[in-house]
Design a protein around this ligand. Structure first.
Ligand code: BT5
Length: 265
C-alpha cells in the first residue's frame, strides 16, 4: 500500500537545505500574515516562514482580498527583523519579495515586472502580490512580515470578474507544469541573496530595471483621487515612484496606484 502523500515530506526536501529560521505549513488559515505577525510576537527567528495551501481571508492592501484556489498557488509570509540600516529603507522590503519572485521566474525563462509598489506582472497580467506588514514596539519596527501570493498552476487564477486587472499564472505563461515548492525554494534563495545588497545601489538598480511600464505613459490614480496620465521614470532611494506629469513636472510619490483596466469586466 502506498503511503498517503503529505506536502510536509516534499516541502522538507526543498526547505531543509535552506538557512531558514524555522517554518510552519498549514493546510488552511485565515491569512498567513496573521500567523506570522503572531509568531513574530512570540519570538520567531529571522527568516521564519509561514505557508498555507488555502486562506479563508487572505488580504491585499486597503482591505482588498487575495483570492487563491486550494493547492494551486503559493501563500507565504516571511518574518524578517530589520537591521538598523534596513529600518531606514523599509520600503525596499516590498521590492525584496517582488524581486525574489522575478529572479525565480528567470529560472523558468519568464520575464516578470514590478507594477509599483507591490504587484508582480507577467506579460502585463498580475501573477502575484506582496503585502508587507510591521509589528511595532512603541515607535520602533520590531519585525516585518513579507507576505506574498503567487498564482502557480493553471486554474490558480481567480474568476476575472473579481479582479481589478487581468491576471495570469506561471503555468499559463510557460506552458509546462511547475512545482510550487521548488519555486518557493527558488524565491527564498533569491531573497536571501538580494537581502545582502538591500542597502546598496545595485539593489535599487535591479528594482528600477524591473519596473513595469518604465518610460511609458500610464493612467495614475493619485491619493487625493484624481486620475492623470503620467510617465513612469523610475524609483528613488526611498522607494518612491518618480513620475512625469503631462506639463513636464517631475514628482516622486509614495502612494497612489497605476491603473491597468480589466477589459473583460
Ligand atoms: C496584493 O494586494 O496584491 C497583495 C496580496 C498579498 C497576498 C499574500 S498571500 C500571503 C499573505 N497573507 C495574506 O493574507 N496576504 C499575503 P493589492 O495590490 O491590494 O491587490 C489586491 C487585488 O488583487 C484584489 O483586489 C484583486 O483585484 C486582485 N487579486 C486578488 N487575488 C488575486 C489573484 N490570485 N491573482 C491576481 N489578482 C488577484
Amino acid at each position: 500500500m502506498s503511503t498517503p502523500h503529505h506536502p510536509h515530506e516534499e516541502l522538507r526536501s526543498y526547505l531543509d537545505p535552506l538557512p531558514l529560521g524555522d517554518w510552519r505549513y498549514h493546510p488552511v488559515v485565515r491569512s498567513t500574515n496573521d500567523l506570522a505577525l503572531a509568531w513574530a510576537g512570540e519570538g520567531a527567528p529571522d527568516w521564519s516562514l509561514v505557508l498555507a495551501d488555502e486562506q479563508t481571508t487572505g488580504r491585499g492592501r486597503k482591505s482588498r482580498r487575495w483570492e487563491m484556489v486550494l493547492g494551486k498557488g503559493l501563500a507565504m509570509s516571511l518574518i524578517l527583523y530589520p537591521t538598523p540600516e534596513e529600518k531606514g529603507i523599509i520600503m525596499r522590503f516590498t521590492a525584496l519579495a517582488a524581486l525574489g519572485l522575478i529572479k525565480a521566474l528567470e529560472k523558468h525563462d519568464l520575464k516578470g515586472a514590478i507594477k509599483w509598489p507591490n504587484d508582480v506582472l507577467l506579460m502585463g497580467k498580475k501573477l502575484g502580490g506582496v503585502l508587507v506588514e510591521m509589528a511595532w514596539v512603541g515607535e520602533s519596527i520590531e519585525a516585518c512580515v513579507l507576505g506574498m501570493g503567487v498564482n502557480v498552476a493553471r486554474g490558480s487564477v481567480p474568476d476575472d470578474a473579481q479582479l481589478r486587472m487581468p491576471a495570469t499564472s506561471i503555468e499559463d505563461a510557460c506552458g509546462h507544469p511547475v512545482d510550487r515548492w521548488e519555486l518557493l525554494a527558488q524565491i527564498l534563495c533569491a531573497m536571501m541573496d538580494l537581502r545582502t545588497s538591500i542597502t546598496e545601489e545595485s539593489f535599487m538598480k535591479a528594482w528600477s530595471q524591473n519596473l513595469a511600464f518604465r518610460d511609458e505613459w500610464v493612467k495614475f490614480n493619485f491619493p487625493a483621487g484624481e486620475v492623470e496620465m503620467v510617465m513612469l521614470l523610475g524609483i528613488d532611494r526611498d522607494g518612491k515612484l518618480i513620475l512625469k506629469h503631462e506639463d513636464g513636472r517631475v514628482e516622486a510619490v509614495n502612494s497612489g496606484e497605476i491603473i491597468v483596466e480589466n477589459k473583460k469586466s
